[in-house]
Design a protein around this ligand. Structure first.
Ligand SMILES: Nc1nc2c(ncn2[C@@H]2O[C@H](COP(=O)(O)OP(=O)(O)OP(=O)(O)O)[C@@H](O)[C@H]2O)c(=O)[nH]1
Ligand SMILES: [Mg+2]
Length: 305
């Protein structure tokens, strides 16, 4: 067999909250590595997802996609750390993809964010997402509206949910990667340790099943991971909350809420890890968990952002 040339690089997926960055990275990698919800600010830290692509029999590319927290104007310490993480990774990337929900207007906040991205990177790719939700005739109007505003390197129309347009995007990015040996083993799909993925899956179920400010005031940590002799796994997790009054809400009437959340998380983990899981959830009141540096360090966030 002749020599195979390799290309490899980093592609950051950035955008305002809820534009579909995490849905897209899951689709590009072909597996769920990042949690998704209909609420804003679901992703709290950067997650790398690896995609290997054969451009020809003699040329292979490895794209390391970086899912980032949505960019907005933060107030609280955790929000500042999230947004700082999204910006900081930008400097390390070979390409930046700005993902915009095609149903959303380009308002002044979004314009400010796009302009700041262009200050850091001259070649930005525009991805208009959720095209499955917009009739074709409106789509064309929308494209010209945003394309005329900025000098994007290229524009792609996709649906991260059903995958349309995603192959074209991967192929384009694969071609643009610099010549480099692969950064990751070809079997690796993500840099996320299983214990953190497990915490994230539970947090996703909490995000989806709780309302108002509650999802934004909790965090989940995997405390124990024990493999049993029958190869099943016992996972113990703590849900930290910063108000006592959240506890009965999470537990629900006769424990029904927490039971439902636990079952949803367990089933998804069994599916992802391909083994039987025994999931134990505990709720702990810790008033200042958001001011605890260890809660930031464990997910790669800068406490002093
Ligand atoms: N119909 C449709 N819905 C989508 C598409 N992509 C994402 N969504 C939905 O949009 C919502 C937000 O998706 P996420 O992937 O969590 O968005 P995000 O940009 O990662 O959000 P943050 O992490 O909060 O910044 C979810 O309800 C997704 O199911 C799409 O192509 N079509
Ligand atoms: Mg996300």
């Amino acid at each position: 067999m002749g020599k195979i040339d390799l290309k490899s690089g980093f592609v950051n997926l950035v955008g305002i909250p809820n534009s579909g960055k995490s849905t897209l990275i899951n689709k590009l990698v072909g597996r769920k590595i990042s949690i998704v919800s209909h609420k804003v600010q679901t992703t709290r830290f950067c997650i790398r997802g690896i995609c290997n692509y054969h451009l020809s029999t003699k040329l292979k590319a490895q794209i390391i996609f970086v899912d980032t927290p949505g960019i907005f104007f933060p107030k609280r310490r955790l929000e500042k750390a999230m947004v700082t993480a999204a910006w900081s990774e930008l400097n390390l990337s070979d390409k930046v993809v700005f993902i915009h929900d095609v149903l959303k207007k380009i308002d002044n906040d979004t314009k400010e964010i796009i302009e700041k991205i262009f200050e850091k990177k001259s070649d930005v790719i525009l991805v208009l997402n959720k095209i499955d939700l917009l009739p074709k005739e409106n789509l064309l109007k929308k494209i010209s509206e945003i394309k005329n505003l900025y000098n994007f390197e290229e524009t792609f129309l996709i649906s991260a949910k059903n995958g349309s347009g995603c192959n074209k995007l991967i192929e384009y990015l694969a071609k643009k990667m610099p010549p480099h040996s692969f950064f990751y083993d070809e079997n690796t799909i993500s840099d996320l340790p299983q214990s953190i993925l497990a915490s994230e899956i539970t947090r996703e179920k909490l995000f989806k099943n709780l309302n108002q400010e509650l999802p934004y005031n909790l965090t989940v940590e995997t405390e124990k991971w024990v493999i049993n002799t029958d190869e099943s796994v016992n996972i113990q997790q703590t849900i930290y909350i910063n108000k006592q009054s959240y506890k009965p809400i999470i537990i629900g009437k006769q424990g029904q809420n927490i039971k439902r959340i636990g079952t949803l998380a367990r089933k998804e983990l069994e599916n992802l890890l391909d083994c039987k899981i025994h999931l134990f959830l505990h709720i702990k009141f810790k008033k200042n968990w958001m001011d605890d540096p260890s809660k930031y360090l464990s997910i790669g966030l800068n406490y002093n952002a």
